[in-house]
Design a binder for this molecule. Structure first.
Ligand SMILES: [Zn+2]
Length: 421
């Protein structure tokens, strides 16, 4: 009995302890669970914050960029040193770039962009804009322990927007187009399309109209420069002249009229580029004297400042380059058995007797040498030994659109002509 009671009691006690133990254990387990959940939650928040911080740091400042301007007299080496690039790295980049671009040719007014790691300050990349079409990129590539520099030329990927502009001439094409808010470079491109058919000094009259379709180039949403002129119409004293841009299947491109004839001629209309004579140019006021048989002035005098480049109107051979007495410094270019042109009163001659010249090549600079009352270009065209008026002479056009590509060309005309009329 005693034993039984004792045993029962013990059993009860044991059961009681067991219950307490179970309760304690359960309590501890719950606490542990709560604790674990809390810690896990805290850790997760901490990890998220850490990742966010890393993300922000990477997004905002993975690299530091320094831009150095190419100033007068500054060399590649000096610029790199100023930007904090070591001599050996500058040399390695220069050598790597050689095949793609010679960095000793960096141009005044341009800039070099240098990229460094924000954390380590390590030099990573050089970017230089070669011209309006391409950039040079020299980048560090890590190969195991070694790092090497890789150079490549990349085409600048402009966004192209097509724009149509028009105007009426009051004083000059240049003034009129500027009034329309047209980029000066687009005006020059328009004038260049017609450089074989219209002399924008002599031919332009008040009331002439123009309308043209051209590309505008944008980078990151910002306007950079005009691109190609796609189609143009210039109405000169009531007669329409068209020019449509066309690239044939062999990659040759040019401008053609509405029938597919090239707008290019044996000779350019004017012996000076539009861009040099454009500003301030007004209808009929910028030449001293025109071709005039009765006065004996069988030439055209273009008034232009001393130093304005003079170009040969056609390809040929220089048959005279030197002092021409009353004509001052003179250059004569023989184009073929029929035509020769003379350029007189030059301040400087930049070709030699016997040299071959391309159409549009600069042969000297405007001056006032010889019998001359002020800076101007005296320009003559000689046909079979007789001085003729180049402005009234008709010259044949060069190759038309290839026969097999006419249909494709006429599609271009159909596309743009409604824009011009
Ligand atoms: Zn003259």
């Amino acid at each position: 009995m005693f034993f039984a009671i004792t045993r029962k009691a013990r059993q009860r006690i044991r059961q009681g302890r067991l219950a307490v133990r179970i309760a304690v254990l359960a309590g501890l387990a719950i606490l542990a669970l709560i604790g674990w959940l809390t810690v896990r939650h805290e850790l997760r928040i901490a990890e998220e914050l850490r990742q966010q911080a890393v993300r922000m740091a990477v997004e905002r400042h993975p690299y530091v960029t320094r831009t150095v301007e190419v100033t007068d007299g500054s060399t590649y080496g000096a610029l790199m040193e100023r930007a904090g690039v070591t001599g050996s790295e500058a040399t390695a980049v220069f050598e790597a770039a050689k095949g793609a671009y010679d960095l000793s040719n960096i141009r005044l007014g341009r800039s070099i962009r240098l990229v460094f790691d924000r954390d380590t300050g390590r030099f990573r990349q050089l970017v230089y804009q070669i011209d309006s079409e391409e950039v040079l990129e020299v980048s560090r590539r890590q190969r195991f322990e070694e790092s090497e520099w890789i150079a490549e030329r990349k085409k600048i990927d402009y966004e192209i927007r097509v724009r149509t502009a028009e105007g009426v001439i009051e004083t000059s094409l240049y003034e009129s187009a500027l009034d329309q808010g047209i980029d000066e470079r687009a005006i020059i491109a328009l004038a260049d399309v017609f450089q074989w058919t219209i002399d924008f000094v002599m031919d332009v009259r008040k009331g002439d109209t123009y309308r043209f379709v051209f590309e505008e180039r944008y980078l990151d949403g910002k306007y950079v420069m005009p691109g190609q002129v796609l189609a143009a119409k210039y109405t000169n004293v009531g007669s329409d002249r068209y020019a449509f841009y066309f690239e044939d299947s062999s990659g040759d491109w040019g401008y053609y009229d509405e029938e597919g004839n090239s707008v290019e001629r044996l000779f350019l209309k004017a012996p000076a580029e539009f861009k040099y004579i454009s500003s301030g140019f007004t209808t009929g006021q910028r030449y001293i004297s025109a071709f005039n048989v009765s006065t004996g002035h069988r030439a055209i005098d273009y008034a232009a400042p001393t130093g304005t480049p003079v170009r040969t109107v056609g390809a040929g051979t220089v048959v005279f380059a030197g002092w021409g007495g009353a004509y001052g410094n003179k250059v004569s270019v023989r184009h073929n058995a029929t035509y020769t042109t003379n350029y007189c009163h030059l301040s400087k001659i930049s070709v030699r007797y016997g040299s071959k010249v391309d159409q549009g090549q600069t042969i000297g600079l405007v001056g006032s040498t010889g019998f001359s009352t002020g800076p101007h270009l005296h320009y003559e065209m000689v046909k079979n030994g007789t001085k003729i008026n180049p402005l009234t002479e008709e010259f044949p056009s060069v190759e038309p659109v290839p026969e097999g590509e006419r249909d494709r060309f006429l599609e271009t005309v159909r596309k743009y002509r409604p824009e011009l009329d």
